[in-house]
Ligand binder design. Structure first.
Ligand SMILES: CC(C)(COP(=O)(O)OP(=O)(O)OC[C@H]1O[C@@H](n2cnc3c(N)ncnc32)[C@H](O)[C@@H]1OP(=O)(O)O)[C@@H](O)C(=O)NCCC(=O)NCCS
Length: 163
């Protein structure tokens, strides 16, 4: 009950997006398990925290994003908001921070993969300019679903922002 109230109080304000550290591991693992049917293991998250770009919002943490830069591609691996904190702009803030990170890292594009039935995520990505570039049929199990591959072309995004 106390946690639920904390989350509600937090989402009333603009979330403070910050870099996560190993100290956030337990919060991140709990949040991941609350958001995904196949959560990552603590070991997997530790690897991401040590090597990749992990952003969080809230205290306790109720929103996260994880992105990896390889050469000139930024891969958005995870973005999630606690069910009690949704529809308050947290994912939008995190995605903007990831886009900013990709720009600063000199990336040409951001790539991601999303279940075809995941309407909230698809709407989030489309509203930030991501385009469908491929489909892997039956890629997900439990429930069975296609994986949609989406890209954000950062050069095009920059150019359109400059118009
Ligand atoms: C997808 C998710 C991250 C969105 O988080 P959120 O904080 O609720 O999203 P925001 O409040 O920042 O909304 C930003 C935009 O996303 C879209 N969106 C978010 N939730 C939506 C919903 N339930 N239905 C339709 N569109 C939705 C809208 O375009 C919204 O903009 P708007 O509020 O101006 O309409 C959240 O639903 C979630 O954690 N889902 C489970 C994990 C997941 O599927 N992650 C993505 C795959 S890795």
């Amino acid at each position: 009950m106390r946690v639920a109230m904390t989350v509600e109080m937090r989402v009333a304000k603009t979330p403070d997006v910050r870099h996560a550290g190993e100290v956030d591991l337990d919060d991140i693992v709990r949040l991941d398990a609350a958001c995904f049917t196949r959560p990552w293991t603590p070991e997997a998250w530790l690897g991401e925290l040590r090597c990749e770009h992990v952003l969080v919002a809230g205290e306790p943490v109720y929103a996260l994003a994880c992105a990896a830069v390889v050469a000139d591609v930024c891969e958005l691996r995870r973005i999630a908001v606690h069910p009690r904190g949704r529809r308050a702009g947290a994912a939008r803030d995190l995605l903007r921070a990831v886009i900013d990170h990709a720009h600063r890292s000199g990336c040409a594009r951001i790539e991601l993969e999303v279940a075809a039935a995941n309407e909230p995520a698809l709407a989030l990505y489309r509203s930030h300019g991501f385009r469908l570039v491929g489909r892997r049929r039956g890629y997900y199990r439990d429930p069975v679903d296609d994986a949609l591959l989406m890209n954000l072309d950062l050069a095009a995004a920059t150019a359109s922002n400059e118009v």
